[in-house]
Design a protein around this ligand. Structure first.
Ligand SMILES: Cc1ncc(COP(=O)(O)O)c(C=O)c1O
Length: 361
C-alpha cells in the first residue's frame, strides 16, 4: 500500500533531508536577547528579499498578521479587508480579541478587492464611529482559489490608502507563489505595503515559521508585540535555518507545484458534477464544488480517502486541493485519474450539473 497522497494543504510537507541537516547544524543563541545568529541572518535576508529595512521571525502566519494589526492600530479602530480573507475568516477573531479592532469586510472577486469598493468608505472623524486605520490584502488569496492579486490593483489601493493616511498590510503567506507565477520580484509587491507577512511553512516547505517585514521603527514595535503575544522564542535558529534553507532552495520550484495544479484542474474540468471556483487556476490551490444533486464534499473526500487520496472538505459542497513540495507529477496524475474514477461512482455524476456551482459556500 502506498502512503496517502496528501493534497489537503501545502502545510503538510515534511522537511527534506537537506533541510533537516541545515537545521541540525544551525548556529544558535537566545533570540529574545537578539543573539541567535541564524535568526538574525534569516531576518536580514528576508528583509532584503522584499526591499524592506527589517524583519522579525515569528512562529506562524497568524501571529505575523495579528502583530501587524496590533502595530498599525489602536483599540476601537477598524481595518478594511475582503470578506474571505484569512485575517478575518481563519484567525479566531484575532483583530477583535488581540487588538480591539473591527474588520469591515467587502466582497472581493475571488478575494480581490477593487479600489472602487473602498473609495468613500473611510469613516469621518466622528466619536460614534470606528476610526478607519488599515487596509489588509491577501496575495495569493487562499479562499480565492490561489488567485494572484494584480499588481496594478494593489498599486491603486496603496496610492489611495497612503493619500488618506491609512496603513497597508499584506498577508503574503503565499506571496512566493505570486512571485513565481508572475515573475514580479518581492520588492515590486512589497513597496505598496507598510508591512508584509510571509510564511516559510507553506509552499516553501519549512516546518515552522513566518516573518513580518517592514521599516525599522515598525519592526521594533512588532518585536515588543511578539513578546506580548508569547512568540519570543529562544534557540529559534534551528527553525530559522529551515526557513533560510527553504528561502534559498524552494522558491523557484513552486513552478512545479503550479504545473501540477494544472493537471488536477484539467481532471476536475472533465467531471460534469465538479466545478472549479474560480475556474482559472493560477498557482497551487484548487477550490471546487460538487453538485449538491450528486453528493457532498464529505462524501467525496471520504471516497477519495478510501483510495489513499486526501483533499479537504471546506464547506458542505466545497473541496480544496493543493499541490506542494511532497507531491510529484506522477502522484498528481494518479490523484487526477482517481478523482475522475471516484466521481463515476456517484450515481448522477455523469449528468450535467443541475445547480449553479458558482458560490464558495
Ligand atoms: C493566506 C493565509 N494567511 C495566513 C495563514 C496563517 O498561517 P499559520 O497557519 O502559519 O498561522 C494561512 C494558513 O494557511 C493562510 O492560508
Amino acid at each position: 500500500m502506498f502512503p496517502p497522497i496528501d493534497l489537503r494543504s501545502d502545510t503538510v510537507t515534511r522537511p527534506t533531508p537537506a533541510m533537516r541537516a541545515a537545521m541540525a547544524s544551525a548556529e544558535v543563541g537566545d533570540d529574545v536577547f537578539g543573539e541567535d545568529p541564524s535568526v538574525l541572518r534569516l531576518e536580514e535576508r528576508v528583509a532584503h528579499y522584499f526591499g524592506k529595512e527589517a524583519a522579525v521571525f515569528v512562529p506562524s502566519g497568524t501571529m505575523s498578521n495579528q502583530i501587524a494589526v496590533r502595530i498599525h492600530t489602536q483599540l476601537g479602530d477598524e481595518l478594511l479587508c475582503d470578506l474571505n480573507c484569512h485575517i478575518f475568516q481563519y484567525e479566531a477573531g484575532g483583530p477583535a480579541a488581540l487588538s480591539g479592532v473591527t474588520c469591515r469586510t467587502f466582497p472581493g472577486d475571488d478575494g480581490i478587492l477593487d479600489l472602487s469598493q473602498l473609495e468613500g468608505q473611510i469613516h469621518p472623524d466622528n466619536l460614534h464611529l470606528t476610526a478607519t486605520r488599515l487596509v489588509c490584502l491577501e496575495n495569493t488569496h487562499n479562499r480565492g482559489g490561489g488567485k494572484v492579486y494584480p499588481l496594478e490593483l494593489i498599486a491603486a489601493i496603496s496610492r489611495w490608502a497612503r493619500a488618506n493616511k491609512l496603513a497597508m498590510h499584506l498577508d503574503g503567506a503565499r506571496l512566493w507563489n505570486a512571485i513565481v507565477a508572475t515573475g514580479i520580484a518581492g520588492p515590486a509587491w512589497a513597496q505598496h505595503f507598510d508591512t508584509v507577512s510571509v510564511c516559510f511553512s507553506k509552499g516553501l516547505g519549512a516546518p515552522v515559521g513566518s516573518a513580518l517585514v517592514g521599516p525599522v521603527d515598525l519592526i521594533r514595535k512588532a518585536r515588543r508585540v511578539r513578546k506580548l503575544f508569547g512568540g519570543g522564542m529562544r534557540q529559534a535558529g534551528i527553525l530559522a535555518a529551515g526557513a533560510l534553507y527553504a528561502l534559498e532552495n524552494h522558491v523557484d520550484r513552486l513552478a512545479d507545484d503550479h504545473a501540477n495544479a494544472q493537471i488536477l484542474a484539467a481532471a476536475i474540468r472533465q467531471c460534469p458534477a465538479l466545478k472549479l471556483t474560480p475556474d482559472d487556476v493560477q498557482t497551487n490551490l484548487l477550490w471546487f464544488r460538487i453538485d449538491p444533486a450528486v453528493g457532498s464534499s464529505a462524501e467525496l473526500t471520504a471516497r477519495l480517502e478510501e483510495r489513499q487520496i486526501r483533499m479537504v472538505a471546506l464547506g458542505s459542497h466545497t473541496v480544496r486541493a493543493c499541490t506542494h513540495l511532497d507531491i510529484n507529477e506522477a502522484q498528481v496524475r494518479h490523484a487526477a485519474a482517481t478523482l475522475i474514477e471516484v466521481m463515476k461512482s456517484f450515481p448522477l455524476s455523469s449528468h450535467e450539473p443541475r445547480l449553479p456551482l458558482s458560490d464558495h459556500g
